[in-house]
Design a protein around this ligand. Sequence first.
Ligand code: SAM
Length: 232
Amino acid sequence: MNEQELSRRLARVGAHVPKNARLADIGSDHAYLPVALMLQEQIEFAVAGEVVKGPFHSAEKQVRKSGLTNNIVVRLADGLDAIEPSDNITAITIAGMGGTLIRSILEAGKQKQRITGSERLILQPNIGEKTLREWLVANNYTIIEEEILEENKKIYEIIVAEQQTPVKYSEQELLFGPQLMKNPTDVFYQKWQHELAARKRVLKELEKAEKQPVEKIQELQTQIQWIEEVLA
Ligand code: SAM
């Protein structure tokens, strides 16, 4: 992967960034995504935010090498602190992290008023999609698009959200993804077959315990039932 040719995962994240967006890519590492989108003339301006010095310097180097210092600002900052009001950001990408971390970045950004609610969020959690969807719903976001894909034997989900008329989602939709459930693909079935087996293994272990965690067991039993229904 490089700034000319993104991994399939990052290319699909980029595909959900609206044309001429003013993008904030948080956790930007080599700034591959904003640089590639700028070279493709897909975006107008970008902030590449990084909290760790090594990846921050790599991002700076990449932007300089690509001759894009006028269009992409690289900032060493924690989460959405990378965004300044004058950036007029219209889309935010946060990819390649756990859902819990993405959720906490969004929550901190909301508390500090770094986001207005008008930005499109394009999120690619490596795990913990449910907790992220719960945050989105609690904050009046609608999940407008979702994607699931496999790359190098790993399965990734992309969640695209905007604040629109609030929608109520069922617990099953929060687990499986409201848009993914509508058009389940082979990769979706593959993921949930794997998840079903994993949950059954955990349940078996918990049931053997001397002091059984009743709530956890009930939660697993319910989810196993939902997964079996989705796979049926
Ligand atoms: N977004 C790129 C991608 O999807 O390929 C890079 C993913 S990399 C696994 C995660 C990056 O997020 C790391 O460079 C890490 O330093 C950065 N990161 C983690 N927590 C962050 C935070 N709170 N604020 C900004 N960057 C963060």
